[in-house]
Design a protein around this ligand. Structure first.
Ligand SMILES: [Zn+2]
Length: 133
């Protein structure tokens, strides 16, 4: 992924904004990832996006779980970029709790859609955790 970022302060905190900072180090995105990994009952992964995706791919676990974890990391990148852009242009500070709720809702919808499928059959713990009340 090569999104150009200017050499200025991070749009979400006071650190210098680099690609590496924004997508892997910034506490704003880390707050999302920590909360969501805990909610999903999965280990929190650290590193670059490429490292995280490679790790998920290599990992021995159910396909659906891998997809859900990859979707979660993908969502945190999407929302980090969005929040970073909203700050200067809309003068809006995006609240992490609001985004966490949004991502949870999206993951629930995605899993609800496949929960009767074959690949969901051996992944009931995750389905229960995310879609169960
Ligand atoms: Zn930052």
């Amino acid at each position: 992924m090569h999104i150009q970022v200017e050499n200025a302060a991070c749009g979400l905190c006071e650190s210098a904004e680099t690609h590496q900072h924004l997508f892997t180090e910034c506490h704003w995105g880390n707050t999302l990832r920590k909360d969501l990994a805990n909610w999903m009952g999965v280990e929190l992964l650290r590193g670059t996006i490429q490292q995280i995706l490679a790790w998920i791919k290599r990992r021995r676990c159910k396909q659906l779980k891998k997809e859900a974890v990859a979707a979660m990391y993908g969502a945190t990148i999407y929302y980090t970029w969005q929040a970073r852009n909203w700050r200067p242009f809309r003068q809006e500070h995006v609240n992490t709790n609001f985004i966490i709720k949004q991502i949870k809702k999206e993951l629930q919808v995605r899993l609800e859609r496949v929960k009767e499928s074959r690949k969901a059959r051996n992944c009931q713990d995750l389905i229960q955790r995310i879609c169960g009340r």
